[in-house]
Design a protein around this ligand. Structure first.
Ligand SMILES: Cc1cc2nc3c(=O)[nH]c(=O)nc-3n(C[C@H](O)[C@H](O)[C@H](O)COP(=O)(O)O)c2cc1C
Length: 171
C-alpha cells in the first residue's frame, strides 16, 4: 500500500498553494498517494500516514488559519511524521543565505506547538495589484521602490523538489 500523505496549505496570493502542488506531484511520482487540501478545509488527519503543512508568512508569522490547524490537530500531528514549510519574500532577497536564521526563526511558534521532522524555507511571489488592502499595496510599493523586495514570481521549483525528495526518505 502506498503511503498516504496530506499536503495542506494556507495561501493568500497562491504561492503556498503552488508549492504544495509541486510537492504533491513530486511525491506522487515517487509512489506516494497525496491529498492537496486548503488548510481551513481539513476535516480529519487520522487517515494519513504523514502530514506536510505550509503557509505564507505575514508579518513574520504563518497565517492564522495555519495556527488554527496546528492547534486543532496538535496531538495527532505529534504522533505522525509532520513536515512544515513557509513561503516569504525575505527568501527572495539577494544573498538570502544571510537571512536564513532570521527566516528559520519564523518557525519558532510552529515548533512550540508541534515539532516538524523537517522544515522548508521558500521564496514566494509578490503581486502588489492582487493585494486586497490599499494599505498593503502602499506598504509594498514603498518596499519595492526602496529596493527591499522585487515584485514578481520568485518560486524556485528545483529547491522545492530537493526538499520533497528529502521528505520522501523520512515520511
Ligand atoms: C500583508 C503581508 C505581509 C507580509 N509579511 C511578510 C514578512 O513579514 N516577511 C516576508 O519575508 N514576507 C512577507 N510577505 C510576503 C509574502 O510572504 C509572500 O508574498 C508570499 O509569497 C505569499 O504567499 P501566498 O502567495 O501563498 O499568499 C507579506 C505579504 C503580505 C501580503
Amino acid at each position: 500500500m502506498p503511503k498516504n500523505i496530506l499536503i495542506t496549505y494556507a495561501s493568500y496570493t497562491g504561492s503556498a498553494e503552488t508549492i504544495a502542488g509541486f510537492i504533491s506531484s513530486d511525491l506522487e511520482s515517487r509512489g506516494f498517494k497525496t491529498d492537496l487540501i486548503p488548510i481551513n478545509e481539513v476535516k480529519e488527519i487520522s487517515s494519513y500516514d504523514a502530514v506536510i503543512a505550509g503557509s505564507a508568512i505575514h508579518s513574520g508569522r504563518w497565517l492564522p488559519e495555519a495556527f488554527d490547524f496546528l492547534e486543532s490537530f496538535r496531538e495527532q500531528l505529534s504522533e505522525k511524521p509532520f513536515a512544515a514549510y513557509l513561503v516569504c519574500m525575505t527568501m527572495a532577497m539577494k544573498n538570502n543565505e544571510k537571512y536564513l536564521q532570521f527566516v528559520s526563526d519564523f518557525m519558532i511558534p510552529v515548533r512550540e506547538i508541534v515539532k516538524p521532522v523537517s522544515e522548508g524555507l521558500f521564496a514566494g511571489k509578490l503581486e502588489i495589484k492582487r493585494l486586497p488592502s490599499l494599505s498593503d499595496k502602499i506598504k509594498f510599493r514603498i518596499s519595492v521602490a526602496a529596493g527591499v523586495w522585487k515584485e514578481g514570481d520568485h518560486i524556485n521549483r528545483n529547491e522545492i523538489i530537493r526538499w520533497s525528495e528529502s521528505l520522501s526518505h523520512i515520511l
